[in-house]
Design a protein around this ligand. Structure first.
Ligand code: G6P
Length: 468
C-alpha cells in the first residue's frame, strides 16, 4: 500500500461495532475531521492510520466506503501507558491549564515514546516518495521527528486539536524538550489559536535554543518550521441540512413533548470531562431554580454527558460527583414528572444531536479550557431560523470567533447565573441579531476551509493535488 497523503491520528475514523448478524464490523464515526479530509484523501490515494480502540490485534488494512484505513493495534500495556497514562493523565490536564493535577510517570513516558514510534514506522512504510503526512493531536507529538528520521523525503504537518499551554505550565513537564523537538520534525505545526502558536515559538527559543523569527523557527540544519493558527470548524452545510430534515424536526418536537413542553429548554452536550465545567454549570442552574429565578414548571436543563476515558481515575471521580449533584438537585428542586435536570450519560447519533439542538432554546457551554469546542458551532449551524441563545465560556477556542454569544467566565458562578438568566429572557430580535452574525462566521469558515488552508500551506512546498 502506497499513499500520497497519510493521516496519522490516535483513532481511526470508524468504530468497531457488532453487526446485526453478530459479527464484528465498522461504523463511520461522525467526526468533522473525516468529513473534511475525505475528499482530499480520495484525490490523493490517501490512507488513514489509527488505533481502532480495544486490544484486537489481527486487523488487516481495509477500505470503508472507499477510504483506505490502516488499523494500528495497541496492547493492554500500551493502552495503559500511552493512552490512559501519558496522553490522558499527563498531557491532557497539563495542556488544559492544569484543571486537574497532571501525573508524571517515567513508565508512561516510555510507553508514549514507544507507541509514537510504532505510528511513525507505520507511516514511513505506507507513504509514497515525497508524500505528505499529516499527524493529528497531542497523543502523537513525537511522530513528526521520528518519521523525519526514517523518511527525510516527506512533507510533514502536525495539528494540535487541544490548547497549547503557557510556558510557565509547559515547563513542568520533565520531557518538555523532547516534546518540542518531536514537534519540530514537522514543516508546519498548526494550533487552534494564535496564542498557542506563540507559546510554542517562545518555548522553542527558551528551551531548545533555536533561532525564531515571528512564526518561524530556523533549525541548525537549515530547515525552517512554521507555527501558525488554523481554527478548526465543522461541516456547516451538513449540519444545516440535517437540521432541515423533517424527521429531525419531528424528533425535536417529540423531545419537547416528552420533557413536558416546558417554555424553555437549556442544553449541555459534552464528553464527560473535567475540563468542560459541567459541575459548575449545573450548580449555577440549580441556584437559579432554588432562588425562584427559574421554575421547574417552566424550564428544564438537559445535560448529555458522553462517556469518556472511563478507566482514568479523574474521570471516574467526576462521574460520581455529577451523579450526586444531579440526584441532589432533582431531589431538592424537582416535582413529580418535573425534574430540574434531565441527565443522560450516553452518546447519540448525529440525527439525535441535531434534534436536541433544534429543541434547545439555550445552549450552555462552559469549559474551563477547551481547544475549540465544536458543539458550539454545531448548535449555531442547526439554528437556521436565527433563534436560540448560546452561552459560551471565554476559555473555549470558539469564543474567539463567536463573539455574539453570551460570553462567561466559568469560574464566576454569579456571572454565569446572570448570563443564563439574560439568555433566558432575551427577546426574539436580540436572539436573531446575535445568531445571524454567528451563523455567518461559522458558514464562512467550515471544516473544509480549515483542511484546505492547512494543506495548501503545507503543499506550497510539495505540490499535493487538491480535489476539485
Ligand atoms: C478530544 C481530542 C481527540 C480525541 C477526542 C476523544 O477531542 O482532541 O484527539 O480523540 O477528544 O477522546 P478519546 O480519548 O476517546 O479519543
Amino acid at each position: 500500500m502506497q499513499a500520497d497523503l497519510v493521516i496519522v491520528a490516535n483513532r481511526l475514523p470508524v468504530d468497531r461495532v457488532t453487526l446485526p448478524d453478530g459479527t464484528l464490523g465498522w461504523r463511520r464515526s461522525p467526526g468533522g475531521l473525516v468529513t473534511a479530509l475525505e475528499p482530499v484523501l480520495r484525490a490523493n490515494d490517501g490512507v488513514w492510520i489509527g488505533w481502532p480502540g480495544g486490544t484486537e490485534s489481527d486487523l488487516e488494512p481495509f477500505a470503508d466506503d472507499g477510504l483506505r484505513l490502516l488499523p494500528l493495534p495497541m496492547s493492554e500495556e500500551e493502552i495503559r501507558g500511552h493512552y490512559e497514562g501519558f496522553s490522558n493523565a499527563t498531557l491532557w490536564p497539563l495542556y488544559h491549564d492544569v484543571v486537574a493535577k497532571p501525573e508524571f510517570h517515567r513508565e508512561w513516558w516510555d510507553e508514549y515514546r514507544h507507541v509514537n514510534r510504532r505510528f511513525a514506522e507505520a507511516a514511513a512504510e505506507v507513504a509514497a516518495p515525497g508524500a505528505t503526512v499529516w499527524v493529528q493531536d497531542y497523543q502523537l507529538q513525537l511522530v513528526p521527528q521520528q518519521l523525519r528520521e526514517l523518511r527525510p523525503d516527506l512533507r510533514i504537518g502536525f495539528y494540535l486539536h487541544i490548547p497549547f499551554p503557557p510556558t510557565e505550565l509547559f515547563q513542568q513537564l520533565p520531557w518538555r524538550r523532547q516534546i518540542l523537538e518531536g514537534l519540530l520534525g514537522a514543516d508546519l505545526v498548526g494550533f487552534q489559536l494564535p496564542g498557542a502558536a506563540q507559546n510554542f515559538i517562545r518555548l522553542v527559543r527558551q528551551r531548545v535554543g533555536h533561532k525564531t523569527h515571528r512564526d518561524t523557527v530556523d533549525l541548525p540544519d537549515g530547515r525552517r518550521v512554521r507555527a501558525a493558527a488554523f481554527p478548526i470548524s465543522i461541516d456547516f452545510e451538513g449540519f444545516e441540512k440535517l437540521a432541515h430534515d423533517p424527521g429531525v424536526n419531528h424528533r425535536a418536537a417529540e423531545i419537547r413533548e416528552q420533557l413536558g413542553n416546558p417554555r424553555k429548554i437549556f442544553l449541555g452536550v459534552d464528553r464527560l470531562d473535567y475540563t468542560k465545567g459541567i459541575f459548575a454549570r449545573l450548580r449555577a442552574y440549580g441556584e437559579l431554580v432554588r432562588d425562584a429565578h427559574l421554575d421547574v414548571d417552566d424550564a428544564i436543563f438537559v445535560q448529555v454527558a458522553v462517556p469518556s476515558r472511563e478507566r482514568v481515575e479523574q474521570y471516574r471521580m467526576l462521574r460520581d460527583d455529577i451523579d450526586r449533584l444531579v440526584g441532589r438537585l432533582n431531589g431538592d428542586l424537582g416535582k413529580i414528572g418535573r425534574p430540574a435536570i434531565s441527565y443522560l450519560h450516553s452518546s447519540y447519533p448525529r440525527e439525535e444531536m441535531a434534534a436536541l439542538y433544534r429543541a434547545a432554546d439555550i445552549m450552555v457551554i462552559t469549559p474551563y479550557r477547551d481547544g475549540m469546542n465544536l458543539v458550539a458551532k454545531e448548535y449555531v449551524a442547526c439554528r437556521y431560523s436565527d433563534d436560540g441563545a448560546l452561552v459560551l465560556s471565554e476559555f473555549a477556542g470558539a469564543a474567539d470567533e463567536l463573539r455574539q454569544a453570551w460570553l462567561v467566565n466559568p469560574y464566576d458562578l454569579n456571572g454565569m447565573k446572570a448570563a443564563l438568566l439574560e439568555a433566558y429572557k432575551a427577546d426574539g430580535r436580540e436572539l436573531a441579531r446575535r445568531m445571524r452574525a454567528m451563523r455567518r462566521t461559522v458558514s464562512a469558515n467550515d471544516v473544509r476551509h480549515w483542511a484546505d488552508t492547512f494543506l495548501a500551506d503545507l503543499a506550497g512546498r510539495n505540490g499535493l493535488s487538491q480535489p476539485d
